[in-house]
Design a protein around this ligand. Structure first.
Ligand SMILES: [Zn+2]
Length: 299
């Protein structure tokens, strides 16, 4: 029987060929289950993400530690789930260097005891292309560090949210119909300067006004103008997972609104720092921008 939790994990397993890996599936037994931590047994690239899953009986709460940072796990289908993003740059978040990392789950047990479970993951290096982008004077003004900082402060707050349940289910829907026109993590040189920028999402080439759809079920966490990303929507999918939709010409949702997977939420445009109409689409896990293509069904 497909329990929602197992269904989600099985679906995530299917993404293992991409950027994402889930824990191994294990049958749920009726007998008392000793607590167990599952983490990926194959490498995760920089800019990817993974699930740490704790199963077992008698658990009241779980905090997962990775690279010196705590991640609050959420109860899901009889287990506990933490979504962990692997940083790919300095800036909004640090870059996790390639290598082996400990993953430690600190459990609070029903009745008040504690227990610690340990595992490990390997982070692999990822290559990111460098792109030269030339902007006119008006658009270049949006590169003002004060504007960029103002935007980062907003994003930090939005993406730090943690709704303590999983709202998404399985693979994400493609948020726009156009072709992929830029990849995640490309290092960007503006107007001949050093490649200090980093592409925080993937781009879909679409016409002005083309429909933009929610990649998964969730709640609107932010909807409004940003200096660089233009008119933007961020959806909270629970457990620290978010998607962002930027440079829109129209926003059709309001903060707090619930949306279904595939539901229309706005229209594409070129607001903010854009050289033409396109959808800039982001996925963030616990505040880390990650490669959203790992969450889409292969084309
Ligand atoms: Zn973009």
């Amino acid at each position: 029987m497909d329990h929602p939790y197992l269904c989600s994990r099985r679906t995530l397993l299917a993404m293992a060929g991409g950027a994402l890996l889930a824990a191994r599936l294990r049958p749920v037994r009726a007998a008392q289950r000793a607590p167990r931590l599952s983490v990926p047994d194959f490498p995760i690239p920089q800019g990817g993400c993974f699930l740490a899953v704790v199963e077992g009986d008698g658990i009241a709460g779980v905090t997962v530690w990775f690279a010196g940072r705590p991640y609050t796990a959420v109860a899901d289908g009889g287990g506990w789930l933490a979504v962990i993003g692997v940083g790919q740059r300095a800036g909004l978040t640090e870059q996790h260097r390639p290598g082996g990392y400990d993953v430690v789950a600190a459990l609070t047990l029903e009745g008040g005891g504690t227990r610690t479970l340990s595992g490990g993951v390997r982070i692999d290096p990822a290559g990111f292309p460098v792109e030269a982008i030339w902007l006119d004077a008006a658009t270049s003004a949006l590169l003002d560090p004060a504007l960029v900082e103002q935007e980062i402060a907003v994003l930090r707050e939005v993406l730090a949210g943690l709704t303590p349940r999983r709202l998404w289910d399985g693979f994400f829907h493609r948020p726009a119909d156009g072709p992929l026109t830029d990849v995640f993590g490309s290092r960007r040189s503006y107007n001949g300067g050093p490649a200090t920028g980093s592409h925080s999402g993937v781009d879909f080439g679409v016409e002005m006004g083309a429909p933009v759809r929610a990649a998964a079920a969730g709640q609107v966490a932010f909807a409004g103008p940003l200096p660089v990303r233009g008119n933007a929507i961020y959806l909270d999918h629970g457990a620290g997972l978010f998607t962002g939709y930027c440079h829109l010409s129209r926003i059709a949702v309001t903060p707090g609104q619930q949306v279904r997977a595939g539901e229309g939420i706005g229209a594409a445009g070129s607001s903010g720092l854009a050289t033409g109409p396109h959808l800039h689409w982001e996925v963030a896990a616990a505040g880390y921008h990650v490669n959203g293509l790992g969450w889409l069904l292969p084309a």
